[in-house]
Write a protein that binds this ligand. Structure first.
Ligand SMILES: CC(C)(COP(=O)(O)OP(=O)(O)OC[C@H]1O[C@@H](n2cnc3c(N)ncnc32)[C@H](O)[C@@H]1OP(=O)(O)O)[C@@H](O)C(=O)NCCC(=O)NCCS
Length: 266
Protein backbone atom coordinates (compact mmCIF):
# COMPACT_ATOMS: atom_id res chain seq x y z
CA UNK A 1 0.00 0.00 0.00
CA UNK A 2 1.24 3.49 -0.81
CA UNK A 3 -0.66 5.18 1.98
CA UNK A 4 2.01 4.69 4.67
CA UNK A 5 5.01 5.00 2.35
CA UNK A 6 6.23 8.19 4.07
CA UNK A 7 4.85 7.69 7.56
CA UNK A 8 6.51 6.30 10.68
CA UNK A 9 4.71 5.69 13.96
CA UNK A 10 6.67 6.28 17.15
CA UNK A 11 5.65 5.05 20.59
CA UNK A 12 7.73 4.71 23.75
CA UNK A 13 7.89 0.96 23.16
CA UNK A 14 8.32 0.53 19.41
CA UNK A 15 8.91 2.37 16.16
CA UNK A 16 6.96 1.38 13.02
CA UNK A 17 8.49 2.31 9.66
CA UNK A 18 7.35 1.53 6.11
CA UNK A 19 8.89 -1.68 4.73
CA UNK A 20 11.68 -0.67 2.32
CA UNK A 21 14.13 -2.63 0.20
CA UNK A 22 16.89 -1.79 2.73
CA UNK A 23 15.07 -3.93 5.29
CA UNK A 24 14.92 -7.03 3.10
CA UNK A 25 18.29 -8.69 3.95
CA UNK A 26 17.55 -8.69 7.70
CA UNK A 27 13.96 -9.75 7.07
CA UNK A 28 15.20 -12.59 4.88
CA UNK A 29 17.56 -13.75 7.66
CA UNK A 30 14.61 -13.95 10.04
CA UNK A 31 12.53 -15.96 7.57
CA UNK A 32 15.30 -18.54 7.17
CA UNK A 33 14.21 -19.79 10.61
CA UNK A 34 11.74 -22.66 10.12
CA UNK A 35 10.08 -21.99 13.51
CA UNK A 36 9.27 -18.44 12.50
CA UNK A 37 7.95 -19.56 9.12
CA UNK A 38 5.70 -22.07 10.81
CA UNK A 39 4.40 -19.55 13.40
CA UNK A 40 3.69 -16.98 10.69
CA UNK A 41 2.43 -19.47 8.09
CA UNK A 42 5.06 -18.21 5.65
CA UNK A 43 6.86 -19.92 2.82
CA UNK A 44 10.62 -20.00 2.48
CA UNK A 45 11.72 -17.50 -0.19
CA UNK A 46 15.04 -16.87 -1.90
CA UNK A 47 16.54 -13.41 -1.32
CA UNK A 48 15.50 -12.12 -4.75
CA UNK A 49 11.95 -13.39 -4.16
CA UNK A 50 11.92 -11.52 -0.84
CA UNK A 51 12.94 -8.32 -2.66
CA UNK A 52 10.12 -8.88 -5.17
CA UNK A 53 7.73 -9.48 -2.28
CA UNK A 54 8.67 -6.16 -0.67
CA UNK A 55 7.87 -4.35 -3.92
CA UNK A 56 4.61 -6.26 -4.28
CA UNK A 57 3.59 -5.38 -0.71
CA UNK A 58 4.23 -1.69 -1.39
CA UNK A 59 2.27 -1.72 -4.66
CA UNK A 60 -0.66 -3.86 -3.51
CA UNK A 61 -3.60 -1.76 -2.31
CA UNK A 62 -4.67 -4.42 0.18
CA UNK A 63 -1.46 -4.66 2.24
CA UNK A 64 -0.48 -2.20 4.96
CA UNK A 65 2.97 -3.22 6.15
CA UNK A 66 5.41 -1.88 8.74
CA UNK A 67 8.80 -2.98 10.01
CA UNK A 68 9.12 -2.84 13.79
CA UNK A 69 12.18 -1.29 15.33
CA UNK A 70 13.43 -0.40 18.75
CA UNK A 71 11.90 2.85 19.99
CA UNK A 72 13.41 6.18 19.04
CA UNK A 73 16.07 7.82 21.10
CA UNK A 74 17.53 11.28 20.39
CA UNK A 75 20.66 9.48 19.13
CA UNK A 76 18.85 7.10 16.77
CA UNK A 77 17.69 9.57 14.15
CA UNK A 78 14.35 10.37 15.68
CA UNK A 79 14.43 14.10 16.34
CA UNK A 80 12.30 14.86 19.37
CA UNK A 81 11.07 11.28 19.86
CA UNK A 82 7.55 10.49 21.00
CA UNK A 83 7.11 13.26 23.52
CA UNK A 84 9.46 15.64 21.75
CA UNK A 85 8.83 18.88 19.98
CA UNK A 86 10.87 21.28 17.86
CA UNK A 87 12.22 19.59 14.76
CA UNK A 88 11.21 16.13 15.97
CA UNK A 89 8.70 15.63 13.17
CA UNK A 90 10.77 13.15 11.16
CA UNK A 91 12.39 9.77 11.49
CA UNK A 92 15.71 9.52 9.67
CA UNK A 93 15.58 6.47 7.41
CA UNK A 94 18.67 4.28 7.69
CA UNK A 95 19.42 5.41 11.25
CA UNK A 96 16.34 4.76 13.36
CA UNK A 97 15.71 1.56 11.39
CA UNK A 98 19.23 0.30 10.77
CA UNK A 99 19.37 -3.54 10.73
CA UNK A 100 20.50 -3.81 14.37
CA UNK A 101 17.41 -1.87 15.48
CA UNK A 102 14.91 -4.03 13.54
CA UNK A 103 12.90 -6.46 15.68
CA UNK A 104 10.02 -7.71 13.53
CA UNK A 105 7.03 -6.64 11.47
CA UNK A 106 3.33 -5.89 11.86
CA UNK A 107 0.85 -5.92 9.00
CA UNK A 108 -2.76 -5.47 8.07
CA UNK A 109 -4.25 -7.26 5.07
CA UNK A 110 -7.62 -6.18 3.72
CA UNK A 111 -9.77 -8.82 2.08
CA UNK A 112 -13.31 -9.08 0.76
CA UNK A 113 -15.69 -9.90 3.56
CA UNK A 114 -16.37 -13.60 4.06
CA UNK A 115 -19.98 -12.94 5.02
CA UNK A 116 -22.68 -15.45 5.69
CA UNK A 117 -24.16 -14.89 2.27
CA UNK A 118 -27.30 -13.09 3.42
CA UNK A 119 -26.31 -9.60 2.53
CA UNK A 120 -23.54 -10.25 0.02
CA UNK A 121 -21.14 -8.03 1.86
CA UNK A 122 -23.43 -5.05 2.25
CA UNK A 123 -23.32 -3.29 5.59
CA UNK A 124 -26.65 -4.50 6.90
CA UNK A 125 -28.11 -1.00 7.06
CA UNK A 126 -30.46 -1.79 4.22
CA UNK A 127 -29.05 1.14 2.31
CA UNK A 128 -27.10 -1.15 0.03
CA UNK A 129 -24.49 1.58 -0.29
CA UNK A 130 -21.65 0.33 1.88
CA UNK A 131 -19.63 -2.74 1.07
CA UNK A 132 -17.85 -4.71 3.72
CA UNK A 133 -14.34 -6.01 4.00
CA UNK A 134 -12.20 -7.74 6.59
CA UNK A 135 -8.89 -6.67 8.05
CA UNK A 136 -6.45 -9.32 9.15
CA UNK A 137 -3.53 -8.46 11.42
CA UNK A 138 -0.31 -10.35 11.82
CA UNK A 139 2.68 -9.72 14.01
CA UNK A 140 6.17 -11.09 14.37
CA UNK A 141 8.81 -10.36 16.97
CA UNK A 142 11.59 -12.17 15.16
CA UNK A 143 14.35 -12.39 17.73
CA UNK A 144 13.33 -14.47 20.78
CA UNK A 145 15.41 -12.15 22.97
CA UNK A 146 12.94 -9.33 22.21
CA UNK A 147 9.88 -11.40 23.10
CA UNK A 148 7.94 -11.19 26.34
CA UNK A 149 8.73 -7.49 26.78
CA UNK A 150 5.43 -6.09 25.58
CA UNK A 151 6.72 -5.17 22.09
CA UNK A 152 4.21 -7.34 20.25
CA UNK A 153 1.30 -5.91 22.16
CA UNK A 154 2.55 -2.33 21.71
CA UNK A 155 3.03 -2.88 17.98
CA UNK A 156 -0.45 -4.32 17.36
CA UNK A 157 -2.03 -1.52 19.45
CA UNK A 158 -0.08 1.09 17.46
CA UNK A 159 -1.24 -0.46 14.17
CA UNK A 160 -4.87 -0.43 15.36
CA UNK A 161 -4.52 3.22 16.31
CA UNK A 162 -2.92 4.02 12.95
CA UNK A 163 -5.82 2.35 11.19
CA UNK A 164 -8.44 4.21 13.26
CA UNK A 165 -6.80 7.57 12.65
CA UNK A 166 -6.27 6.95 8.93
CA UNK A 167 -9.20 4.73 8.07
CA UNK A 168 -10.51 6.98 5.28
CA UNK A 169 -7.18 7.03 3.47
CA UNK A 170 -6.43 3.34 3.92
CA UNK A 171 -9.86 2.25 2.76
CA UNK A 172 -9.87 4.72 -0.13
CA UNK A 173 -6.69 3.12 -1.47
CA UNK A 174 -8.01 -0.40 -0.98
CA UNK A 175 -11.51 0.43 -2.16
CA UNK A 176 -10.19 2.38 -5.13
CA UNK A 177 -8.57 -0.76 -6.43
CA UNK A 178 -11.85 -2.61 -6.02
CA UNK A 179 -14.00 0.23 -7.33
CA UNK A 180 -15.59 0.92 -3.94
CA UNK A 181 -15.11 4.66 -3.86
CA UNK A 182 -17.83 7.23 -3.97
CA UNK A 183 -18.86 8.43 -7.41
CA UNK A 184 -19.87 11.80 -5.93
CA UNK A 185 -16.33 13.05 -6.32
CA UNK A 186 -15.65 13.05 -2.57
CA UNK A 187 -12.96 10.38 -2.98
CA UNK A 188 -14.34 8.73 0.16
CA UNK A 189 -14.54 4.99 0.37
CA UNK A 190 -17.89 3.29 0.65
CA UNK A 191 -16.24 0.35 2.42
CA UNK A 192 -16.93 -0.73 5.98
CA UNK A 193 -14.54 -2.97 7.89
CA UNK A 194 -16.84 -5.58 9.32
CA UNK A 195 -14.33 -7.82 11.08
CA UNK A 196 -10.83 -7.26 12.36
CA UNK A 197 -9.23 -10.65 12.85
CA UNK A 198 -6.04 -12.47 13.73
CA UNK A 199 -5.72 -16.01 12.40
CA UNK A 200 -3.52 -17.90 14.81
CA UNK A 201 -2.30 -21.47 14.97
CA UNK A 202 -4.27 -23.10 17.80
CA UNK A 203 -1.04 -24.04 19.59
CA UNK A 204 0.46 -20.54 19.51
CA UNK A 205 -0.30 -19.66 23.12
CA UNK A 206 1.87 -16.54 23.08
CA UNK A 207 0.07 -14.97 20.14
CA UNK A 208 -3.35 -15.96 21.48
CA UNK A 209 -2.49 -14.37 24.85
CA UNK A 210 -1.29 -11.22 23.12
CA UNK A 211 -4.48 -10.69 21.08
CA UNK A 212 -6.68 -11.59 24.06
CA UNK A 213 -4.93 -8.95 26.15
CA UNK A 214 -5.86 -6.37 23.50
CA UNK A 215 -9.57 -7.26 23.56
CA UNK A 216 -9.76 -9.82 20.75
CA UNK A 217 -12.07 -12.79 21.38
CA UNK A 218 -12.07 -16.24 19.83
CA UNK A 219 -14.79 -16.85 17.28
CA UNK A 220 -15.61 -20.45 16.36
CA UNK A 221 -13.35 -23.44 16.74
CA UNK A 222 -10.18 -24.71 15.12
CA UNK A 223 -10.40 -24.70 11.32
CA UNK A 224 -9.09 -27.13 8.72
CA UNK A 225 -5.64 -25.46 8.85
CA UNK A 226 -5.39 -25.83 12.64
CA UNK A 227 -6.03 -22.12 13.17
CA UNK A 228 -8.43 -20.19 15.35
CA UNK A 229 -9.82 -16.73 14.62
CA UNK A 230 -9.54 -13.98 17.21
CA UNK A 231 -11.89 -11.09 16.43
CA UNK A 232 -11.97 -7.49 17.68
CA UNK A 233 -15.42 -5.97 17.93
CA UNK A 234 -16.08 -2.30 17.29
CA UNK A 235 -13.41 -1.85 14.66
CA UNK A 236 -12.27 1.66 14.13
CA UNK A 237 -13.60 3.14 17.34
CA UNK A 238 -10.96 4.37 19.74
CA UNK A 239 -13.19 3.89 22.77
CA UNK A 240 -11.58 4.58 26.13
CA UNK A 241 -12.61 1.27 27.63
CA UNK A 242 -11.04 -0.82 24.84
CA UNK A 243 -7.94 -2.63 26.19
CA UNK A 244 -5.84 -1.75 23.16
CA UNK A 245 -6.60 1.96 23.57
CA UNK A 246 -5.18 1.81 27.11
CA UNK A 247 -1.98 0.31 25.66
CA UNK A 248 -1.70 3.17 23.14
CA UNK A 249 -2.27 5.77 25.85
CA UNK A 250 0.37 4.17 28.00
CA UNK A 251 3.00 3.92 25.27
CA UNK A 252 2.27 7.24 23.55
CA UNK A 253 1.63 7.61 19.82
CA UNK A 254 3.06 9.98 17.27
CA UNK A 255 3.01 9.92 13.47
CA UNK A 256 6.20 11.24 11.94
CA UNK A 257 7.49 11.86 8.45
CA UNK A 258 9.74 9.03 7.26
CA UNK A 259 12.65 11.00 5.85
CA UNK A 260 14.74 9.22 3.20
CA UNK A 261 16.61 12.36 2.11
CA UNK A 262 19.83 11.39 3.89
CA UNK A 263 20.08 7.97 2.29
CA UNK A 264 22.86 7.64 -0.23
CA UNK A 265 20.91 5.31 -2.39
CA UNK A 266 17.49 3.71 -2.05
C1 LIG B 1 3.59 -14.15 19.52
C2 LIG B 1 4.47 -12.92 19.62
C3 LIG B 1 4.08 -11.92 18.55
C4 LIG B 1 4.27 -12.29 21.01
O1 LIG B 1 4.95 -11.06 21.05
P1 LIG B 1 5.65 -10.59 22.41
O2 LIG B 1 6.25 -9.26 22.18
O3 LIG B 1 6.56 -11.66 22.87
O4 LIG B 1 4.39 -10.51 23.39
P2 LIG B 1 4.16 -9.44 24.52
O5 LIG B 1 5.40 -9.35 25.38
O6 LIG B 1 3.67 -8.18 23.91
O7 LIG B 1 3.02 -10.14 25.38
C5 LIG B 1 1.64 -9.80 25.28
C6 LIG B 1 0.85 -10.71 26.21
O8 LIG B 1 0.91 -12.04 25.73
C7 LIG B 1 1.49 -12.90 26.72
N1 LIG B 1 2.45 -13.78 26.11
C8 LIG B 1 3.39 -13.47 25.18
N2 LIG B 1 4.08 -14.58 24.84
C9 LIG B 1 3.57 -15.60 25.60
C10 LIG B 1 3.85 -16.98 25.68
N3 LIG B 1 4.82 -17.55 24.93
N4 LIG B 1 3.10 -17.73 26.53
C11 LIG B 1 2.11 -17.19 27.27
N5 LIG B 1 1.79 -15.86 27.21
C12 LIG B 1 2.51 -15.09 26.40
C13 LIG B 1 2.22 -12.00 27.66
O9 LIG B 1 2.29 -12.58 28.95
C14 LIG B 1 1.42 -10.74 27.63
O10 LIG B 1 0.31 -10.79 28.50
P3 LIG B 1 0.40 -10.25 30.01
O11 LIG B 1 1.12 -8.94 29.96
O12 LIG B 1 -1.02 -10.13 30.41
O13 LIG B 1 1.18 -11.25 30.77
C15 LIG B 1 5.97 -13.30 19.50
O14 LIG B 1 6.28 -14.29 20.43
C16 LIG B 1 6.34 -13.79 18.11
O15 LIG B 1 6.51 -13.00 17.21
N6 LIG B 1 6.47 -15.12 17.93
C17 LIG B 1 6.87 -15.69 16.65
C18 LIG B 1 5.93 -15.33 15.50
C19 LIG B 1 4.47 -15.52 15.86
O16 LIG B 1 4.09 -16.47 16.52
N7 LIG B 1 3.67 -14.59 15.39
C20 LIG B 1 2.23 -14.63 15.57
C21 LIG B 1 1.58 -15.22 14.35
S1 LIG B 1 -0.18 -15.20 14.53
Amino acid sequence: MKFNEHIAVATNKVLLVPYDARHVPRYHEWMEDATIREATASERLALDEEYANQVEWREAADKLTFILCEPLTPASGGGGGVGGDGDGDAVVAGEADEPRRMVGDVNMFLTPWEGDGDDEGLDGSGSGKAHCCMAEIDIMIADPRHRGKGLGRAAVAALLSFFCRNREGVLAEYGGADGYTSNTGSGKSTLVVKDLVAKISAGNTGSIALFKSLGFEQRGGVNYFGEIQMVLEGVGEERDEAPWVAVVKDAGYKELRYDRSRLREE
